[in-house]
Every structure is written in C-alpha cells, then in structure tokens.
Unconditional design. Structure first.
Length: 395
C-alpha cells in the first residue's frame, strides 16, 4: 500500500516569481497542479520531486488547473481526493501535504518538467542570476548525518488505545524519524509516523535523494535495527555478474554497499532511568576510516547522536504539541503531521542559530540559519517569505 498516494511538496523556485498574473499548468503525467517556471541559460527547469511516486502508484482524480488566486497568509491547501485511497493508515505520510526540506533536489523526470506558457510575462530586468531557492544550489555541504526518532502522541497515548477499534487507528504514539546534519544544524529529512521499518526506509531514501545520491562521510544512529538494513540497501550498487560461472543465474542482482559508506551505532545502558554506560560500534566500514573522519570533523570527537537529540529538544520548544507533558497535544494526525513538517523545515530557513553566527567585516556578529550555513540560502527568511513560498497542490 502506497504511503504517498497524493503528497504535497514545496516547489523549489524563487519566491520572486509569486505573481498573481502568472498562469498555472497541469502536468498530465503527475495529475498535480504545477506552476510554470522561468528558465535561464544555466539552470534546469523546476520539477516536482513527488511526480514519479504519484504517477506510478496511484490514479489521482485532480481537477484541471485554474488561474491561481492571490494567496493570503492564512490560506490552506485543499484536501486531496484519490480513487481507492485507504481508510486505514499503516505507513507514514499519506493524505497530507509535506514541505520539502531545504536540501530536497527535484527529480529529473521529463514527465514533470514545467513548460513555458505563452502568457508568461517578460522577466524583470532586476532578476538575480543566482537564486537562493533554485535547485542547482543543492545538495547541501553535508559531511555527517545523525538519525534518531522523537516520540510524541496523537489524541491519547498508546496504552489507552484499543487495537481492535478502527477509531483508534490514527491515535497513540507518533514518532518523528529525523535525519540531521550536526555540522550545519540542518534538518535534512523528517518522516512522522509509526516506529516501523517502512518509516526508517523512507527517511533514509529521502536522505539519499537530498544528498545527490552520495553517502555522507559518516552516518550514526541509535541501535534501531531497521536503520542498518535501510542504509545498506539504499546506499548500494549492483555487483557485476561473472560470465561463465556455473549454476542458475540469480533472479535479482547481487548488491553491495557503495565505497566510502560508514555507519556506526550508539547504545546507551541505563539503570533506574539514568545512563550508566555508552557502547559504540562500527557497523559498516572500517573502524580506522571512522576514526579518521572523526578526527577531521568540526563537531564530533566520538560516535554519538547528541546533536540530533539536542535538536529534538529545540523542536519540542518550538512546537507545543510535541511537549512531553501538555494539554496542547494534537487531536488529529493530519494536523500533527502538517505542523511537524512546517516547524521542522521552517527551522532551516527562518531560525538563526546562535552557534552558527560568524564575525562580520563590520565588526558585528552576522546571524546564520542552518540553510545559510549549508550553502542553501544567503539571508534569513522571514515567516512571511516562507508562508508565501509556492506549493504544488492536489485537488
């Protein structure tokens, strides 16, 4: 069952293109509404990252495109109606819009390329040649990645849910599977949902796409078992078949981890709720290579998940529904997911991190957001700028 039958993704184009006179087009291959995008001599056209998944897994019933109305800060996307959509949610991220992380690279699918409309107005003369939100600025300058899960709940806690009651299907424990860049404090990917294998596979798959298909120098996580299989499978290559070897040929090609893949885990031993020992283990790669990466790291001196755990605390403070003891917990899982994507990805562009600030030439501290530190933006985005960022909507 597909977990992304009709996702909403933020389109990576320049916010200055937000013009009420610009017509919108409909991509027949993806059945989603796409804004036509300007192109330059050295830039690739904007594409939708979720087009391939939508076109290959579902048949969406979406209305034809109509000219966009002027957006207001409180405007909400229309819900997506899909033929044969499941009524029970067994895997994360279904029937809700998600915001692409700062480092999300659009697909190169020819079926999703937005073509230039004949009604497109002439580009302004002052348009910058380098756009801070264009796809050719990706991927980010990421060297290390930490994976972890953050607990929360929807409506009521898991112990109070009845597994036989369909009304409790989308209630109970809800986990944020987070891929985090500790050097630039950048949230690379987040997948809210159940703490199952599918969620781990999805967050690692998104991580690969947002790093341009190349593995980081080091990946660390806790001992959540699905991560090892997901990393080894996602960052792998086909082993060339030896011709003339006796025996029946394999139905599926043999795969092996790509060169340079390094993965280590941290296991904390607790007694009476307190950590009394920390056990570290290199799972993929050679221990001497991991040690070499740690010596060259600007943030880590040993195998750890401290930075992503600290980001969990930051997100709990920014999103009241994630607090451990609160009356402001989410009552609906759709709203819970939407706020998860909104707060965590807005953090990349709109939240200046104190430890990322730099001393400027004017003798003052210059604020920096994670997106600026990772090379994805050149200024601190305002909330208005983030809210007016163009989106692809399924109707």
């Amino acid at each position: 069952m597909s977990s992304k039958s009709c996702p909403h993704r933020w389109l990576l184009i320049d916010p200055s293109y937000l013009d009420d006179s610009i017509p919108w087009m409909t991509s027949l291959a993806s059945a989603v509404t796409l804004p036509t995008a300007r192109s330059t001599d050295d830039a690739a056209p904007g594409t939708s990252r979720s087009v391939n998944a939508t076109a290959s897994t579902t048949t969406s019933v979406c209305s034809t495109a109509t000219p966009a109305r002027p957006a207001s800060p409180s405007a909400k996307a229309h819900p997506c109606l899909t033929v044969g959509s499941p009524t029970r949610r067994h895997t994360p991220s279904w029937l809700t819009w998600t915001m692409a992380v700062a480092s999300d690279r659009p697909n190169g699918s020819s079926a999703s390329i937005a073509t230039r409309s004949s009604d497109w107005p002439a580009p302004p003369g002052g348009t910058p040649t380098t756009l801070t939100t264009s796809s050719w600025l990706f991927p980010p300058r990421t060297h290390e990645v930490q994976l972890d899960e953050k607990w929360s709940f929807v409506f009521k806690k898991q112990k109070n849910c009845d597994p036989l009651d369909p009304a409790d299907d989308h209630k109970g424990d809800w986990w944020d599977h987070v891929a985090y860049d500790p050097e630039h404090k950048l949230v690379l990917a987040v997948v809210p949902g159940a703490r199952v294998t599918e969620s781990s596979d999805e967050v690692v798959g998104e991580l690969k796409g947002r790093l341009g298909g190349q593995p980081p120098e080091l990946i660390t996580s806790d001992e959540h078992a699905p991560y090892e299989t997901a990393i080894e499978t996602t960052f792998s290559e086909v082993v060339p078949r030896v011709e003339g070897k006796p025996g029946r040929p394999r139905l599926l090609p043999r795969r092996r981890p790509v060169p340079g893949l390094r993965y280590a885990t941290v296991r904390k031993e607790r007694e009476k709720g307190r950590v009394v020992a920390v056990h570290r283990q290199v799972v993929l790669g050679r221990p001497e290579d991991v040690e070499r990466v740690l010596k060259a790291s600007v943030c880590s001196r040993t195998i750890n998940t401290s930075f992503v755990e600290r980001q969990h605390a930051t997100d709990r403070g920014r999103n009241a529904r994630k607090s451990r003891r609160t009356y402001r917990f989410s009552k609906d899982w759709r709203v819970h997911e939407s706020m998860t994507y909104f707060t965590m990805y807005r953090y990349n562009f709109c939240w200046p991190v104190r430890t990322l600030r730099e001393w400027g030439r004017d003798g003052r501290w210059q604020k920096q957001t994670p997106a600026m530190a990772a090379g994805l933006a050149d200024h601190v985005w305002s909330l208005k700028e983030w809210l007016r960022f163009p989106a692809i909507q399924c109707k």
